[in-house]
Design a protein. Structure first.
Length: 576
């Protein structure tokens, strides 16, 4: 398998242009980590144009390595240690748990739709004039997207200043704590809390990272309201492999007396949430359908596409309404029977204010059911990476692409650009994607480009280059197997598999996102770099359908990191 990677890399990328990225960033990170001792709570060193990149490179040193993995294994046996460790890191950073009570937090978890729910909620409350903080993950292009003030990623200067304040305090105290530093996500969570406290936000919308009960965001002890979006199977190595186990983890964000809302869930999951709410003495209610809200303008219009967003919008309305009630009517509480545990009550629908209606319509959340038209090329971007989210993605793509094709001036060529990481079941997702009738299925790792440039925001040291391409090659083989036809087995023998009735897509693997996009678009997207690197012989002939089509439709899915890498090239301003 390694030799295939080397052949692919040599065919697309000039050897002289390889190898600078990791070295440059690691050198910068080393220099800055050494200087951090002397800058501690000050801003970054004054090296023109380098302060932000230095901070990001130093942040990347906190990505999971061998010692951090060993720490995770120890904590997994005793999960309560995770929150104990988070509390210790928080104190070392100079923040108390009591201070977090002043952030008036809305805490949201779920498997699918928690980020969109947070985006709707933040936009609605910001529309009322409140100063909002919003912490989410992962980022698409730049890490500072994870920490937002009034809907905008904090600026590079602000990120740099607050980064060194927090990093410096942790670095100065690590010798007294066995040399430990928080891992990547823990650090960013602490940084977000610090930013929101320093910037004096009126409220903070906090999206859970993974699970809920032992997620580091669950250090929050007194949120104003909690929400659980749609549940499904994901992160099974951490959360368990049944819907009941996952629901138990998600319900861990419930707090005594704090109102909580959820969308309709599978029966087994709802039973667990009900029991968790009873155990914790948390009033839990199920959101109504979006059509049940009384509005003067007919159906509520949402800024995010896709039918599944309607449940997320209803959850956001309940979270916003509950928060506003507590803000404006602090003595108004929930009836006592909402915590008796005999059933989960239905949340009441209400008439959304004009501000709420406008907030839902104005919501933006890049990389989720997003459509971008660049001349003859239309991109459909969705970071779906679970079975349920992929089902929603396929439904959205088929409906939206069909609308575009009805108004097309000529033949349309459909292309899938896909990658999946971690424990994702690519084969199961391919079964959902095959009926979309793609002409090409293109696979590439989450590497933006194969040239020497320090793009520290999108570096991932947790997986090797070889493993990333091996996964792409496996995905490409799996796609061909699911299409049917001739295929070689692991022992080299020729297999004849049944053909599916759907169109068979040609398959290709590229070493980076830019080379994949350049080949797919055939110089028909003016925003892309036209300096196409050398390609493997024969690909020019294979691309004839792309050149002859009046329009090219590209579905980018399987990984939010892949979507982020594509957006970096399609929207250069996102990297500034």
């Amino acid at each position: 398998m390694v030799w295939l990677w080397r052949v692919l890399w040599r065919n697309w990328v000039p050897a002289a242009r390889l190898g600078g990225t990791d070295g440059a960033c690691r050198s910068a990170g080393l220099a800055v980590s050494l200087s951090a001792r002397y800058y501690s709570t000050k801003t970054a060193p004054h090296i023109p144009g380098m302060e932000y990149q230095d901070a990001i490179c130093t942040l990347n040193t906190l990505q999971t390595n061998a010692s951090a993995l060993e720490q995770v294994r120890r904590e997994r046996g005793r999960p309560e240690l995770q929150l104990h460790a988070m509390r210790a890191f928080l104190n070392r950073a100079g923040i108390t748990v009591e201070e977090l009570d002043h952030l008036n937090i809305i805490h949201v978890t779920g498997t699918k739709g928690k980020g969109s729910t947070c985006a709707f909620t933040e936009q609605v409350l910001r529309s009322y004039g409140f100063r909002t903080g919003f912490y989410s993950s992962p980022h698409l292009v730049q890490v500072r997207e994870r920490i937002r003030i009034n809907g905008q990623p904090i600026g590079k200067e602000l990120f740099t200043k607050y980064f060194w304040q927090v990093y410096g305090r942790l670095d100065e105290t690590k010798e007294a704590h066995g040399g430990t530093m928080p891992a990547y996500f823990r650090f960013l969570t602490i940084l977000a809390f610090h930013v929101f406290l320093q910037e004096k936000v009126d409220l903070a919308v906090i999206e859970v990272g993974i699970g809920g009960a032992y997620d580091c965001t669950n250090i929050i002890r007194s949120p104003w309201v909690c929400g659980i979006s749609s549940l499904g199977i994901d992160h099974t190595q951490i959360l368990g492999d049944t819907i009941e186990q996952i629901a138990w983890q998600k319900g861990g964000i419930f707090k005594p007396g704090v109102p909580a809302f959820t969308v309709r869930q599978p029966e087994d999951a709802m039973a667990v949430l009900r029991d968790r709410a009873k155990e914790i003495q948390c009033p839990l209610r199920v959101c109504p359908e979006l059509d049940d809200y009384q509005v003067d303008c007919g159906l509520l219009r949402l800024g995010l596409a896709g039918q599944h967003q309607r449940a997320n919008a209803s959850l956001a309305l309940q979270l916003s309404h509950s928060w506003l009630q507590r803000r404006c009517l602090p003595d108004k509480g929930f009836p006592a029977d909402s915590v008796d545990g005999s059933s989960v009550l239905q949340a009441a629908s209400f008439k959304p204010s004009p501000i709420m209606v406008k907030g839902l319509a104005d919501t933006e959340w890049p990389g989720r059911n997003q459509t971008l038209k660049h001349g003859a090329v239309t991109y459909f971007l969705d970071g779906a990476h679970t079975m349920r989210s992929m089902q929603a993605c396929v439904q959205w793509f088929r409906e939206t692409a069909a609308q575009h094709e009805r108004s097309a001036s000529g033949p349309v060529c459909r292309v899938l650009l896909f990658n999946a990481t971690g424990e994702r079941d690519s084969a199961a997702m391919f079964k959902l994607l095959l009926p979309c009738q793609f002409d090409f299925a293109v696979f590439c790792p989450n590497i933006t480009e194969a040239i020497a440039s320090c793009n520290a925001d999108q570096q991932n040291f947790n997986v090797s280059l070889e493993n990333m391409l091996t996964r792409c090659l496996d995905n490409e083989r799996s796609w061909r197997l699911h299409q049917g036809g001739e295929e070689h087995g692991d022992d080299g023998r020729l297999l004849i598999l049944p053909r599916l009735p759907e169109k068979r897509a040609d398959t290709l693997v590229f070493p980076c996102i830019l080379s994949a996009l350049q080949w797919i678009t055939q110089n028909r997207d003016p925003t892309l770099d036209r300096a196409v690197p050398p390609v493997k012989p024969g690909l020019k002939d294979k691309a004839a359908p792309l050149r002859q089509a009046a329009h090219i439709h590209v579905l980018v899915t399987g990984s939010l990191h892949l979507v982020g890498g594509v957006l970096k090239h399609l929207d250069p301003a996102s990297s500034k």
